[in-house]
Structure formats: structure tokens, C-alpha cells
Design a protein around this ligand. Sequence first.
Ligand SMILES: NC(=O)C1=CN([C@@H]2O[C@H](COP(=O)(O)OP(=O)(O)OC[C@H]3O[C@@H](n4cnc5c(N)ncnc54)[C@H](OP(=O)(O)O)[C@@H]3O)[C@@H](O)[C@H]2O)C=CC1
Ligand SMILES: CCCCC/C=C\CC(=O)/C=C/C=C/C=C\[C@@H](O)CCCC(=O)O
Length: 329
Amino acid sequence: MVTAKVWVLKKHFEGFPKPSDFDLKKIELPSLQNGELLLESVFLSVDPYMRPYSQRDMKEGDIMIGTQVARIVESKNPAFAVGAFVVANSGWRSHFISDGKGLHLLPSSWPESLPKSLALGTVGMPGLTAYFGLFEVCKMKPGETVLVNAAAGAVGSVVGQLAKIGGCKVVGCAGSDDKVAYLKKLGFDEAFNYKTVTSLDEALSKASPDGYDCFFDNVGGEFSSVAINHMKKHGRIAVCGAISQYNDSVPQKGPYVQIPMIFKELRMEGFIVTRWNNRREEGQKALLKWVLEGKVKFHEQVTEGFENMPAAFIGMLRGENLGKAIVKV
Ligand SMILES: NC(=O)C1=CN([C@@H]2O[C@H](COP(=O)(O)OP(=O)(O)OC[C@H]3O[C@@H](n4cnc5c(N)ncnc54)[C@H](OP(=O)(O)O)[C@@H]3O)[C@@H](O)[C@H]2O)C=CC1
Ligand SMILES: CCCCC/C=C\CC(=O)/C=C/C=C/C=C\[C@@H](O)CCCC(=O)O
């Protein structure tokens, strides 16, 4: 019998999640039935979506939602060999049993030199979000100017690098000087710390006096209300996330955007990356190639220990991560 450790949502979050909102429990796993496999989580992802989704999809006592890279420990399923690695969507669990549905084997071309945790970040859901958000929603063209916020994060850092590969000028913002330095290292043309600029309006004008063709919005709120006024005519806004609002107990009341939308004839489109689940392989192949060519660089904020999952999650929401926030079991 294998004892699995799991993190449950003890209490729905009110404002920022607190350690006391979580509970660590143990579950005895049964023996495998035919067709089943036993897996152990090796890397787990902590992502912003968990904050709003927990409110919408979970009840108190549920195991926290999330994805992991897991190793197959025992298998009664011929499609999955012991020792292979998969990406699963099984939540905050140290071990779990699966019937194989919803498991994605890591591509056989996955080089030993590359950390398998990238399958949760740059070459996984966040990287695919950047890929499809840029190519399918922003529809960026060479020579255009792209703005991205939360730019030093899992999604934003890939957005900026893909935009550079696509021949664009790239402006990014992040919440610390270290993150800004990282953006410059990644090749962003302009980068600023939105927490320390005296005026966001001036910072956006200085970074691109002619304005922006594409705005990849990860943050929402006040930033977006200002940024929309810096869009060029026929600009496109990809509404990817609104992390500035996820932890609000009382919803923010933003100024209205209709006038710039009309006057500049903007297109603003929200999206969820699962829209392109049928093109997952295409995106992963392209991202893996760019990583191996050194054209897309990555950084992971790795927290050691399953017991530190809540801390890693809260830390990410507070901006403590540079690059993808990962927990190594
Ligand atoms: N639509 C979709 O399918 C998907 C959407 N997303 C969204 O993309 C965004 C980025 O996700 P991801 O890359 O995984 O996360 P990140 O790795 O970027 O981590 C979150 C970052 O958000 C920034 N942040 C947190 N609070 C605020 C705030 N109040 N104002 C401004 N910035 C803040 C912090 O960076 P900083 O130091 O810059 O403040 C923090 O590091 C999120 O909104 C997420 O929900 C992600 C995946 C899929
Ligand atoms: C409930 C209001 C949601 C508002 C928008 C919030 C977040 C956007 C975002 O971050 C979306 C992330 C999408 C992730 C997609 C795929 C998975 O890896 C997560 C699957 C979660 C699930 O559906 O089980």
C-alpha cells in the first residue's frame, strides 16, 4: 500500500491565500486494478488560475487543482511503461492512481539535458498560452510593437521572446528591478518596474512613443486602463489574465474603455489556452525547438518539498517568482 500526501482546500480564500486555508492529509492508495497505473509526482506547478478557479470549481475539503510532471512507478496499463514521465492534471498530490486518461507522455524527443519541469512551464501550458495568445489572438506581425505585463513570469517571459523571434519591438514590465534586468537579458527592447515608475503613462510613452500594436495583458486592472490609451489604431489586445484582481475581496471598479476602443478601432479578445488543445503538439514542438536553439531562454523558481506547496503558491501570487513557479518534490 502506498500512502499519498495531498493538500486540500480547508477554507475558501478571502483576499490573499493564507497557509491556514490549506490542510495536508494522507490517503492510503489501493492496489492497482487492470488498466491502472501508480504515479509519483516529481514536479508540481503552482499557477495563478488556481486562485479564481478554486472559488468557481472547488468546495472546501477538495484536493487543490493543478498539474504535475509524474513518474510511472507501477503499471497495469500496456500503454504506459514504468519509468516513463507524463504531465497530469491530478492536483496537489504526492502519489496518485490513474487509468491513463488525461495523461500526456513527455515527447520521446525530450532531451536528457532539459529539466522535465519545463513541461509545466516554457514548453507546457504557460508557453502554449504565450504561443497561441500571440500568434492566434494578437496576430503579431514583424515590425510591430508588443507590450506585455507580468513579463518576467511563466507566460510573459515567453511572450516577449516569441515576439522578438517574430521580428517585433518588445516592451515588458515587471515588479522588481531584478526582473527588469532579466527582461533586458532576454532581449526585451524596453523594460520597466511598474511599481517604481512615477507615472505609468509616462513610462509607456517613453518605452514606445508611437504606442503599441499588440498588448498581451496578464494583469488587468489599473495597468490595462492606462495601457489601452497607448494602443495604436487597429491595435489588438489579448486578454490573457487579470492577476491584479484575483485576490480582491471587493471587485475593482475600473474606468471605462469604450472610448479608446471605438476611437482607435481596437480589437480586444479574452482567451483560455485550452481553446487550442488540439494543437498542443504543434505548439510544444515549436517551443521545444526554440528552447534547444537557445532562442527561448527559461528560468524556474523552484521550491523544494511537497510540504511547501502553499508557500510556493502564495509566493507566486505575491510576485516572488522569476520565471515559472515550480515545486520539486
Ligand atoms: N488565459 C489563459 O489560458 C491563461 C492565463 N494565464 C494568466 O496569465 C497571467 C500570468 O500567469 P503566469 O505567467 O502563470 O504567472 P507568473 O509566472 O507571471 O506569476 C504571477 C506574476 O504576476 C505578477 N502579479 C501578481 N500580482 C500582481 C498585481 N497585483 N499587479 C501586477 N502584477 C501582479 C507578479 O509579477 P510582478 O513581479 O511582475 O508583479 C507575479 O510574479 C495570469 O494572469 C494568469 O491567470 C496563465 C495561463 C493561461
Ligand atoms: C473563474 C474566473 C477565471 C478568470 C480568468 C482566470 C484565469 C485565467 C487563467 O489563468 C487561465 C488558465 C488556464 C489554464 C488552462 C489549463 C490547465 O492547465 C488548467 C486546467 C484547470 C482545470 O480546468 O482543471
